[in-house]
Design a protein around this ligand. Structure first.
Ligand SMILES: [Fe+2]
Length: 477
């Protein structure tokens, strides 16, 4: 049967309908001047769909086939390349010319023919570390791709030393040591409470491993690190064997569950983890954490319930206290839920978050555009110490995807650089990448890279200067 996406009860229409192609645009059209000190590559992930998902697939934003975009900058020019990750899953479905894998993270809904095929859709995040470009999905091990050609190289288990079955899409790179702190949950198999945490050195070798037990079977989409601790929040989306056997996607919100936060000393053993407990909070991503004497602070976007507006809040954990509670304060009511920072300050004292956000009084979302598309879209810099926001409004009927901070070459000052943001442009049904000055957002957009097609709503992004990437061999490809 030929591919036909029409009539799917939960499937995005309009701007976010499937795009289903690889693409190369050599020397992209640029409006404005790209600063010549921008020399490197902006990577972004999106989910796309080769085949129609099952009718009860509500995780349509997160269970599509992984697709990598790379915007390579040099001397004021940009070359774009977009490639599907050739996962075992995608290739099996292409061979069969139909969807074989079921709903999000539920193997009970798969076609029996794929029982022994890696389920990873490789669609969430992308990191360069240890000489490999890791493409991540939290239910599986990483795939790796060539950082320039984006050719899929295969799956990767860190020389056989990463023994957990899963690795999250949100490892953390310690900017002081260059180590990657990676983890997996449901790490001994689906529905297990095992959490595995790894230190991976700058050469990509596993040097330390912990195995923990989660207080309950909740989602652990992200973690945070300080120089002394690893912070592991367990959030009130839960699952069960009965839920999976009934054919549902894995996660279900349960506001009766607490938020549990494990704090693991980086120089300690698994038995040293301490679990703190708070009211249920709806969140997936964390901004940063910092050691402050005997306390640990962590900033994050979160809301009190499943459908409440997100805010940036601060959690404070007193490691000297005998209480298992923690303090919560509001830093800012800005609703952006994917804040990023100058990653050179990750785990350290820091000041700024960079956020794709919107005003609170805006128009409703454009059809099929997702909940963040309404109102006036703004690129923001939030001072997490004072709550002060500087921002750049983006005109038009647009939605901003995750903003990514790009440090200025040869500058070490926190926040000195640019912000790159992919913009969904609903009037032209195409996508732009905009560049703003991170310290002067009110100057407006410096340059706009124009793509002659649309990119679906993306997941996560990263920037790598050419100085850390391998030499380019595919200059004119
Ligand atoms: Fe994420």
């Amino acid at each position: 049967m030929a591919v036909d996406f029409r009539g799917h009860p939960m499937f995005p229409q309009g701007f976010n309908s499937p795009t289903r192609f690889d693409a190369d645009v050599y020397d992209c059209e640029v409006w404005g001047q790209i600063p010549t000190d921008i020399h490197g590559t902006f990577y972004r992930m999106q989910c796309d769909f080769d085949y129609r998902p099952p009718p009860n697939e509500w995780m349509t934003g997160f269970n599509g086939d992984g697709h990598v975009s790379r915007f390579r900058f040099a001397n004021g020019s940009v070359d774009y390349k977009g490639r599907y990750v050739r996962t075992a899953r995608l290739m099996a479905e292409r061979k069969a010319r139909r969807r074989l894998f079921g709903v999000y993270r539920n193997p009970f809904t798969d076609d029996p023919s794929v029982a022994h095929i890696n389920r990873s859709a490789a669609n969430t995040h992308i990191y360069w570390h240890g000489g490999k470009m890791l493409v991540l999905k939290e239910d599986s091990l990483p795939y790796t791709v060539d950082p320039h050609t984006l050719e899929t190289q295969g799956d990767w288990n860190f020389h056989g030393k990463y023994t957990a079955q899963t690795m999250s899409a949100h490892p953390k790179i310690d900017p002081v040591t260059g180590e990657m702190i990676a983890y997996g949950y449901q790490a001994k198999g689906i529905l297990t409470k095992d959490i595995a945490v790894y230190i991976i050195d700058p050469q990509g070798r596993v040097t330390k491993e912990w195995w923990l037990t989660s207080p309950y079977l909740g989602i652990i989409h992200d973690i945070a690190i300080t120089q002394k601790h690893i912070i592991i929040p367990v959030i009130a989306r839960t699952t069960s064997l009965a839920r999976l056997k009934s054919g549902q996607p894995m996660w279900e919100w349960d506001g009766s569950l607490p938020t549990m936060v494990g704090i693991l000393p980086r120089d300690g053993e698994a038995k040293d983890v301490r679990w703190f407990k708070g009211p249920s909070r709806n969140t997936l991503h964390f901004l940063n954490a910092t050691d402050r004497g005997s306390t640990v602070t962590m900033e994050l976007p979160t809301s009190s319930g499943e459908r409440d507006p997100s805010q940036i809040r601060r959690w404070t954990f007193d490691l000297n206290s005998k209480s298992d509670g923690f303090q919560e304060d509001v830093v800012s009511t800005t609703p952006g839920f994917l804040p990023r920072m100058d990653d050179r300050h990750l785990s350290l004292d820091y000041r700024y978050a960079f956020i794709s956000s919107r005003d609170n009084q805006g128009a409703p979302p454009a059809p099929g555009a997702g909940p963040m598309s309404g109102g006036t879209q703004v690129v923001q810099r939030l001072d997490v110490r004072t709550g002060k926001i500087d921002e750049c409004p983006i005109a038009g009927k647009v939605a901003l995807q995750e903003s990514c901070f790009v440090p200025r070459a040869n500058s070490r000052e926190e926040g000195d650089g640019y912000v790159m943001t992919v913009v969904s442009n609903f009037d032209s049904m195409s996508s732009d990448l905009i560049i703003t000055d991170a310290q002067h957002l009110d100057d407006g957009v410096i340059a706009t890279v124009k793509l002659p097609f649309r990119l679906r709503s993306g997941t996560h992004t990263n920037w790598y200067p050419q100085s850390v990437l391998p030499p380019i061999k595919d200059e004119l490809s």
